[in-house]
Design a protein around this ligand. Structure first.
Ligand SMILES: [Zn+2]
Length: 315
């Protein structure tokens, strides 16, 4: 039914109870995609756990060992902000396996979405901000190792800066990183991405989209990646509990369309990951993620001649 695959595993859920991170959203998104007839059961693929060898392309063996043996220090546990038991470790390894699978399918089909992942605050030697390991970086490294891609671009529209992504790829000319985020928000220290679009508080749809569009034109004029990894956070939404921007549901979908139009223009495959989303009403977070898939479907089905027009004047 969908022109691309959705990657999902029931054990993505971290079962955090009343925690602000609604990890049940993965199941809710899957259920909504089925209930609304957007996807059929055969549109879903179930990932395997990422191999440790793949995780170790990004993360240090010391950190992986601490995760596997439950020996994070109290301060490491504190900055992670979620409990790091064996089920949580398994969920993050599955999410990384899911983004690897999504990348492999996108390579084949043009698009693929992991109904999970986007853990952009994970660093090689520690996790933070609900992000234990960096699924997107693991998938990029695996795809490069398989020689399926040589270069990649990350476009991160989560309301929070992609600090882990920026740090991991800081000295790597094969991966171009773009982050558009609220400046006065977590994380306090923001290592530089290739393009950082620091936004003022409470920016609305039109201003946001104009800034993003300029950033995308700049990014793709500087770099032509083999694959785009879209970190499609739902938390720039105006009703988000951890965000301070003022995008509407419609504005967020226009954001998605803009990213996909540029990928089409460059004729490169797109891997979607969900990242954050903490709307007061979890159903809004679910709607934002579903809308991302619908925008991807429209883009995948659009005639290839359709191209976005630059907003800047001149040639
Ligand atoms: Zn976020």
């Amino acid at each position: 039914m969908l022109p691309f695959k959705l990657i999902y595993h029931e054990d993505y859920d971290l079962h955090l109870g009343s925690h602000v991170f609604p990890s049940q959203k993965y199941r809710l998104v899957r259920d909504a995609a089925l209930a609304e007839g957007i996807a059929a059961p055969e549109d879903f693929l179930k990932p395997n756990l990422a191999d440790d060898a793949d995780v170790l392309r990004v993360h240090t063996s010391e950190y992986v060992h601490k995760l596997k043996t439950g020996t994070l220090s109290a301060s490491e546990q504190m900055i992670l902000e979620i409990p790091a038991g064996p089920e949580t470790v398994r969920a993050f390894w599955l999410a990384a396996g899911g983004t690897i699978l999504a990348a492999q399918r996108a390579h084949q089909d043009g698009f693929a979405a992991n109904i999970g992942g986007g853990f952009h605050h994970a660093f090689p030697e520690h996790g933070e901000g609900f992000c234990m390991i960096h699924d997107v970086a693991v998938a990029i490294r695996r795809m490069q190792a398989d020689k399926a891609i040589r270069t990649a671009m990350t476009v991160d529209t989560d309301v929070h800066h992609g600090n882990g992504t920026a740090a991991i790829f800081a000295k790597d000319e094969s991966v171009f990183t773009l982050s558009i985020h609220q400046e006065r928000n977590y994380p306090s220290r923001k290592p530089p991405s290739d393009i950082d679009l620091h936004l003022p508080d409470r920016i609305g749809d039109d201003d946001y989209l104009a800034i993003l569009e300029r950033g995308l034109w700049q990014a793709f004029s500087e770099f032509h990646p083999d694959m785009l990894f879209y970190v499609a956070g739902a938390d720039p939404y105006r009703e988000d509990q951890l965000g301070g921007l003022s995008l509407t549901l419609e504005g967020l979908q226009r954001r998605d369309k803009l990213v996909f139009q540029h990928a089409r223009r460059m004729n490169i495959p797109v891997v979607i990951t969900l990242a954050g989303g903490y709307a007061r009403n979890v159903q809004d977070t679910v709607r934002i993620h579903i809308n991302t898939f619908l925008a991807a479907r429209d883009s995948a089905n659009a005639p290839s001649a359709q191209k976005p027009k630059p907003t800047t004047s001149g040639l």
